[in-house]
Design a protein around this ligand. Sequence first.
Ligand code: NI
Length: 137
Amino acid sequence: MFVTRRVEFSAAHVCRRPDLDEEANRALYGPAANPHGHGHNFLVEVTLEGEPDPLTGMVLDLKQLKEILRQEVVEPMDHRFLNAEVPPFDRVVPTPENLAVEIWRRLTPHFNGRVRLHAVRVYETEDLWADYFGESA
Ligand code: NI
């Protein structure tokens, strides 16, 4: 069975590569390359896979999941300028694709038993998102 929890954080980012000049960055990322940055309300959906506990009827205690997401995603990323304040985005372009990979990396050590991480989805806007199905820890 799969269960999904959604969390949201607000953050600013810039999509540009330091090895490219202004023109090439504009061509690649459009206005998102503006070095002053711009904000999004990022939505993150974390899907877990496991069997419901026969006693509780739950795959994972939702309070526990909420706390893991707070600690690994919301607390470090909410109201941050990702490129400047949240490694590895000082050197990795913080696209929704790369955010999904990084969130997976942060979460996967917490789910290495009965419950496994299945997917991380990151919405940058309501009509743009990335799904990542990485390797389990
Ligand atoms: Ni953006």
